[in-house]
Write a protein that binds this ligand. Structure first.
Ligand code: ADP
Ligand code: MG
Length: 189
């Protein structure tokens, strides 16, 4: 199965000691994949470098081990693909690509601003998966800022309403792991 992960790092390589704001037990419960059976979403929030993508990939790998079909995408590439398909009259076909996998991972919501049509297409996908297909989503923006991310408070609220109905949210507050070595070396503080 091609999940299209940006990198392959299992949960066992995640250093929980470095990120005490993460509830290790909660992540280990998610790793049992019961959330997939329940159709729950997992939302991972936090600033750059705190391990959002790593955790999303690690949980995706657990899901594959458990026999689920998993697809990984970024919000930007998902929206670009839906926008292109829409322009070509193939939206339904393309939406199926993202609704068929049992677990869909959408990484990096909030890094790039989303145009109105992109926000509408994203909403259509979320509506189709709602109460059927579990998702893992990551964002560097708090939910309160999603109105700006999607350029429209009404659409952002509708998206969040569906996503959060059955969801677990991991709020990571901490230092970027990318800075770890530099911090150690005293190069930055
Ligand atoms: P984010 O998606 O939050 O920006 P990443 O998950 O891409 O951050 O993490 C940045 C890099 O640091 C990746 O190589 C990742 O594997 C690593 N990393 C982040 N947090 C941890 C951690 N707690 N333990 C081990 N590696 C980590
Ligand atoms: Mg990331």
């Amino acid at each position: 199965a091609m999940a299209r992960f940006p990198f392959v790092k299992p949960l066992e390589t995640f250093d929980f000691a470095y990120q005490p704001s993460i509830d290790r037990k909660q992540v280990q419960t998610l790793a049992t994949c019961h959330f997939i059976e329940h159709g729950d979403n997992v939302l991972v929030l936090g600033p750059p470098g705190v391990g959002k993508t790593h955790l999303a990939v690690a949980l995706g790998l657990k899901a594959i081990e458990a026999g689920y079909r998993v697809l990984f995408t970024t919000a930007a590439s998902l929206i670009a693909a839906l926008t292109k398909a829409h322009a070509e009259g193939r939206l339904d076909e393309k939406l199926k690509i993202y609704t068929t996998p049992r677990l869909l991972i959408i990484d990096e919501i909030g890094y790039l601003p989303i145009e109105r049509q992109g926000a509408n297409l994203f909403f259509q996908l979320i509506s189709r998966r709602y109460e059927r297909g579990p998702m893992i989503l990551t964002s560097n923006q708090s939910f309160g800022a999603w109105g700006e991310v999607f350029g429209d408070r009404v659409i952002a609220t509708a998206i969040l309403d569906r996503l959060l109905h059955h969801a677990v949210t991991l709020n990571i507050r901490g230092n970027s792991y990318r800075l770890k070595e530099k911090l150690k070396a005293g190069l930055v503080r």
